[in-house]
Design a protein around this ligand. Structure first.
Ligand SMILES: [Zn+2]
Ligand SMILES: [Zn+2]
Length: 351
């Protein structure tokens, strides 16, 4: 095996993103070495570079939405073999907190996040814990598999776990880019109707209609609130997803709810939100729900849905770039160049 590998690393002190030679990591007890096939570029990766998220390490390999093939087993690893196609978990339980001490690792209060607390997968190789790996079904491509470790699983968590969207419920999705697109697809899968997409960009609205939205509107359209009521028999939305996370979208989404409807906040920014007076809030009986992430088991559920043809993510890979061009991928996502759903980095031969 080569002793060094190419890897993107973010240097916190200088704020630089550098592709450089680093030692190939060695899997420790309970760990595996994965030859990375693909790894997505996520907005949270940009947030580390932009200083919105504080750095947890001086130097770290970025990228947390990966797929690949096991190339080496660490000591004591059972149930996995070299050559297995896998998705690494995007986080590791801390092993020390209240929940970890009682073996509820999925409820860990201090999850260490891949690509922030430890090295990620914009690199030829990545070391992952064997516990938490998801096997990729034979008929699922490693390109689509790479989407599952956040880009599709976070929307899954928002629709299924936080929003608890039921069959026949009327939903609205503010922002149908990389995350919102998958909210639309998963809401369709669980039987929501109607599904209404709201986005500033016409091309993005068209795509949402093609991927399962029943209607798509510009947020600045006159009388939008009345239109949404008309489309829901005068009631308003059962569930509104704010995937953008700025006051304008949060407010419009909240005001579109039916009495007792749920607002799911998925998008994040550093801007403050206002939900009006406590009396109006009480009268509205609105449920305002913050959302983050997903459960690791959701990745396996999504892999099964892909394998069985219930979910089609063929539109979600917008571009594949070699590792040496990771900065170009970052730029495209930053500038919404081409309105990408997901840009994948391919560090090696891919699949
Ligand atoms: Zn992500
Ligand atoms: Zn813990």
């Amino acid at each position: 095996m080569t002793q060094t590998m190419r890897a993107e690393r973010f240097h916190a002190a200088s704020g630089e993103v550098v592709v450089e030679d680093v030692p190939v990591p060695e899997p420790g007890p309970g760990e595996v070495l994965i030859e990375v096939a693909y790894c997505g570029i996520c907005h949270s990766d940009l947030s580390l570079i932009d200083g919105i998220f504080p750095p947890q390490r001086d130097v770290v390999i970025q990228g947390h939405e990966a797929s690949g093939v096991i190339s080496k087993l660490g000591p004591g690893v059972k149930g996995w073999s070299v050559g297995d196609r896998v998705i690494p978990a995007a986080g590791r339980p801390c092993g020390e907190c209240f929940e970890c001490r009682r073996a509820k690792f999925t409820e860990c209060l201090a999850v260490r996040l891949m690509a922030f607390a430890y090295d990620g997968a914009w690199a030829e190789f990545h070391v992952a814990q064997a516990a938490g790996l998801t096997r990729v079904p034979d008929n699922v491509s490693l390109q689509q598999a790479a989407l599952l470790a956040d880009a599709v699983s976070t929307p899954f968590g928002a629709v299924v776990r936080t929003g608890k969207v039921g069959i026949g419920e009327a939903i609205g999705v503010w922002g149908v880019g990389g995350v919102g697109t998958h909210v639309v697809q998963l809401a369709r899968l669980v039987g929501a109707a109607p599904i209404i997409a709201i986005d500033l960009i016409e091309e993005v609205r068209e795509r949402a209609l093609e991927l399962g939205a029943d209607y798509a509107f510009d947020p600045g359209e006159d009388g939008l609130r009345d239109t949404l009521r008309e489309l829901t028999g005068g009631r308003g939305l059962d569930v509104a997803f704010d995937v953008v996370g700025i006051p304008a979208t949060f407010d419009q989404a909240r005001k579109s709810l039916r009495t007792g409807g749920r607002l799911v906040g998925v998008g994040m920014s550093n801007q403050r939100i206002d939900i009006g007076t406590t009396s109006a809030f009480g009268l509205s009986r609105a449920q305002i729900l913050g959302h983050l992430g997903y459960q690791n088991e959701d990745i396996g559920t999504l892999a099964s849905l892909l394998s069985r043809g219930r979910l089609d993510l063929s539109r979600s890979v917008s571009a594949i770039l070699p590792l040496e061009e990771v900065r170009e991928g970052i730029r495209r996502l930053h500038e919404h160049d081409g309105n990408p759903i997901r840009i994948l980095i391919q560090p090696g031969k891919g699949e």
